[in-house]
Design a protein around this ligand. Sequence first.
Ligand SMILES: [Zn+2]
Length: 313
Amino acid sequence: MQVHKIIIPTPYPVGDVNAFLVKGDALTLFDAGPKTEEAYEALKWGIRSAGYEMKDIEQVVLTHHHPDHAGWVDAFPHAEVLGHRYVDYWMRQAEDFISYRNAFYIHELEREGVPKQIIQDIVEVRGEMELFGTRPLTGFLAEGDEVPGHHKLKVYETPGHAQSHLIFVEEGSNEGIGGDLLLEGVSSNPLVEPPNELAGDRPKSLLQYNASLKKLRDLQVSKLYTGHGGEVYNSAELINDRLEKQKQRAFKVREMLEEPKTVFDVTKMLFEKIYKKQPGLTLSETLGQLDYLVDNQLAQIIVREDIEFYQKV
Ligand SMILES: [Zn+2]
């Protein structure tokens, strides 16, 4: 694959994000950075340093809908925009999606035993929304598809970090574009998000994420271009390491469950210093560990007055 990497600054704690310009039969930009002035400049200069102009980009392909990746689709009004169909809800921001999403989060957070005030803060404070792009997708990509204009570049659905998450792996070279599925320096957070069908149960993000990591491991990717940081050449080894560390974290959480505890109780214990600042992220992380324990029959859920309590078994 002919890949040109563009490093883009973000206002988020994660730091820089990567976009990739790939020349095939089509000129495609994978991910587009957050919608900030600084990111726009970095994108423009990155594309120029590869010998192109913004207007030369024929399609933008998104690994997932998060704002650090999907902001500047707006800078390519003439280009196709492709991604998982779930991305489209976040781009369109239709009334019915926003009300479904808010109701979903309120319901889940109540079940997690989160105090009313914090629930309100989480649902209301969504400043990062402004950094989203607003262009609806022009086409959807799904498992098994080939990216248009890129012979043998296959699409794999890899939910967990985001419900919309996709990776792209080229048959033959086994090189891939991995978004935030596997990062070189940090472990990726499985976030709680509304289900794909906008109906039914909460997706168990960490379990999905672990399955997606195993899927990537099976693909035996030789070089993975990642969403943040450097390329990964030893993906199988790194995945085994991440899965093992995750298991250890879950076992640590299990020891806190002698007495039944809510997700909120456990979050306060695990993230004493940061849970107030980053409630959404820390609750998601805790819930992931609890889902893992329940899935492995190492903990059980007791429901009292619509609130879930977890206890060691
Ligand atoms: Zn990211």
